[in-house]
Design a protein around this ligand. Structure first.
Ligand SMILES: [Zn+2]
Length: 452
């Protein structure tokens, strides 16, 4: 007997199989790339894809018609470095006082918040597995498209080591039992945990190469992975047709990562023009949390109240002071990166401040490109097999791209506050559930918010 997919799914009637259409009339397009907006345009969405973009009017009989009245239509934004499942206030608290329920509920709320802020895609830089993605994709909860990295891969005492001080070598931690962070030393262990991450739903891998500022055992200056260990992660990722992102601070760490085949440098605080050249040669990207460069960083309780972290933060800020000049004179393909671990509200504020800094340190166009088309290119590096959303481009307004669309009151190229950007961080007022300037949010062809 032949059983077709349609029979299994319950065959659709002719009526149901007609694809839903939404027509945006009279919009001004920011396509995710160009410095110039295109006014007086019409955009037809069919099912979950952008079907037609035209200056002349589009006739679509039964489409839902939205009159844009000249508003800006732009791609849904993309976050390239979040941790939806991680929650504050500290790494030890996460390890010892948190269960899977805390993480799941926090992740759900974070996903909801991101979509409400106009982010239709989030790449998770460690801690999230396939469960959250399943819940979002099935429509059980609302959230952005989700690219999890599963467990961070780090060495003993590295930036992915959440275990208690007295934990003996080899003893599993809460974070490793939940496959949120994993210790792997040597090539063989890296091969095994890398494969396990794909088994758990990762679309790309995350390797902790340098140390960090708020973690306990690791100087940020460390280049903590041997070339053997990084290469092992890259080998497995390439077997799956996807790539590795590496938490790298120091120049030497970045060079080692790129030489080993890493395609996405995370933080990359000691970026310089030589690294920019090497990145270009290797087809690599960088994503950096710009909040690391503001003096207020030293006032964060997790930094200020822990003498070792305070000292680390001070030396780090000194070492990182050339980043902005270097990135301005030798711009690289750079994605948007918030990297918040905290309450949903504090992360919401951090996103808005990160948006502001992107415009302030560079310019609004550079900020918007980082939040849209560059993010889409990074998502596409997951390749044909591992990309959870392989049917169209992300981060652009183009025919054939996924229908992830924002409609904006105002021009974000002139004023980023219309999409939420805020000059204050911790002392900013509680943000609204969704920026007032974003009047419509569509993800995957479905309208999530509409205040028109
Ligand atoms: Zn991170």
């Amino acid at each position: 007997m032949i059983t077709s997919v349609a029979m299994l799914a319950g065959a659709a009637t002719a009526e149901e199989s007609k694809l839903a259409q939404v027509l945006f009339n009279n919009v001004t397009i920011f396509d995710g790339k160009s410095r110039k907006l295109s006014p007086n345009m019409n955009v037809l969405v069919e099912a979950n894809m952008i079907k037609t973009i035209s200056k002349s009017s589009i006739s679509a009989g039964e489409a839902t018609v939205i009159d844009g009245e000249g508003r800006t239509l732009m791609p849904g934004m993309i976050e390239n470095h979040a941790h939806l499942m991680l929650m504050g206030p500290s790494l030890p608290a996460m390890e010892s006082m948190t269960t899977w329920e805390d993480f799941a509920i926090h992740g759900t709320k974070m996903a909801e918040m991101y979509l409400n802020q106009g982010f239709t895609t989030v790449r998770d830089a460690g801690g999230g597995n396939a469960g959250l993605q399943r819940a979002i994709n099935s429509g059980m909860i609302s959230g952005p498209r989700y690219y999890p990295s599963a467990a961070f891969i780090g060495g003993r005492g590295g930036h992915a080591d959440f275990a208690n001080y007295t934990a003996p070598i080899g003893e599993s931690s809460n974070m490793s039992r939940l496959n949120m962070a994993v210790e792997a030393d040597g090539r063989d262990e890296v091969l095994k945990v890398a494969r396990n991450n794909f088994r758990m739903g990762a679309s790309q891998l995350k390797v902790m190469q340098s140390g960090g500022v708020v973690s306990a055992f690791d100087p940020w200056q460390m280049d903590g992975r041997t070339s053997d260990e990084i290469s092992a992660a890259v080998e497995v990722a390439e077997q799956y047709g996807t790539y590795v992102m590496a938490h790298s601070y120091k120049r030497e760490a970045m060079v080692a990562a790129l030489e080993a085949g890493v395609k996405s440098l995370e933080h990359g605080f000691m970026y310089d023009c030589k690294i920019g050249k090497l990145m270009e040669k290797k087809g690599a990207y960088i994503t950096t949390n710009l909040t690391a460069f503001i003096p207020g960083l030293l006032d964060i309780p997790a930094v200020k109240n822990v003498p070792a972290s305070f000292r680390k933060a001070k030396t780090a800020q000194l070492a990182f002071e050339d980043y902005l000049d270097n990135m301005r004179s030798c711009p690289a393909k750079r994605g948007f990166h918030t990297d918040c671990v905290g309450s949903v509200e504090s992360c919401n504020k951090q996103i808005h401040h990160e948006q502001f800094l992107n415009g302030d340190f560079f310019d609004n166009h550079t900020a918007l490109v980082a939040m849209t088309s560059v993010g889409g290119e990074i998502a596409a590096m997951t390749g044909d097999f591992m990309n959870p959303y392989p049917d169209g481009k992300l981060g652009v307004i183009e025919e054939g791209a996924y229908a992830d669309i924002l409609l904006i009151d105002g021009n974000p190229l002139e004023d980023l506050s219309v999409i939420g950007a805020h000059p204050k961080w911790f002392d900013a007022p509680t943000p609204p559930d969704s920026p007032v300037g974003i009047v419509l949010i569509m993800k995957d062809g479905v309208i999530h918010k509409n205040t028109l």
